[in-house]
Design a protein around this ligand. Sequence first.
Ligand SMILES: [Zn+2]
Length: 419
Amino acid sequence: MSGLRIDADRLWNSLMTLGQVGAYDDPATGLKGVNRLALTDADKAGRDTVKGWFEAAGLEVRVDRIGNVTGRRPGRRPELAPVLCGSHIDSVPTGGAFDGALGVLGALEVVRTLNAAGVETERSLEIAFFTDEEGARFGTDMLGSATAVGRLELEQAYGLTDERGLTVKGELERIGYLGEVDPRRAPPHAYVECHVEQGPILAAAGLDLGVVTGVQAISWQELTIHGKSAHAGTTPMELRKDAGLIAAKINVHLHEMVASARYGTEMRVTMGRVSPMPNRVNIVPGRVVCTVDLRNPFDDLMEKSERDLADFLDHLEKTHGVQIERRQTARTNSVTFDPKVVARVAEAMDGLGYTHREILSGAGHDAQEMASICPTAMIFVPGEYEGISHNPREFSTPAACARGVQTLMDTLLGLTADV
Ligand SMILES: [Zn+2]
């Protein structure tokens, strides 16, 4: 316990100020939402704001070639690997003020608190925001952090395009964030990220915070089912190749996989998009494009469930005379965070008297990329309204945000003292 206290009001003001950047009136909720889609003018405005705050806090700021922005607060032992923390400030088009921003502005609040108290750390402290964590514009999430750890090649990242054909590289250049520094970074001593939970578990349990132990495996597929379009009144049932029926069978099969518990009790399935063609009341759908999202904390069970689904699709092709094109659009294995850093996060919460539990992240985060190069952990802050996120209703109370960032500070103070 350091006894150093973050300034909860200053943290809140920063969150609310950044939340004005890219703000829009959301017709679905009647609320103000946040739209800072990666590498748009709004993202640039958010970046300029936060980079300005980094500079005002006396940090040595660098921008790398994928647009990640890092601020360094040198320690007494600048030759040692720094402790890194951060998150992202881009958002989905219908986002809120907390997803990502809490981790970045929380890190900034830690720096401001250290500055105000005149505290010098042993190891240097670096705080960062990573480019395009959401993947909502260029289709690949964790773009900046994946490039920083070498999972994604820079040229590959540069070539990704949005729906208008604009490239990552061109857009970085346009908004002035095509930096000079090599994005491949030397492994930090540790990485810690504070983030909103984006789910209902902590609030339902009435707990202050969550200690994140890892991220579950994620598998996305896009399926195109080719059947045969036909007249709804004149085509006998036994002569149809109804792509809509096949999509429905696939969705039911996914839910049966969950109900059977063959792939564990924590598997999650979603068919989030179903687009039938021609999409008319009296026409048998000749083609359906649909998506499948599978999640599982266990890689072996994830692989088995993917094989089960593939076999079922083969079976449908044989028995119903349809073709099913399959395209994998995302696939990540589960990530287990470092038990020692996880334990230090929990100790910090205990020291502060905050109630907590261990929790697995259902969503992807920059921390899962950093975990491939250094010991990593995350702090989850509960959200109101069942933790709704990627939505203007996303909200965590000032007190909850402050608890998360106070924990971040105590954890970082401990890690920067490791020599
Ligand atoms: Zn996020």
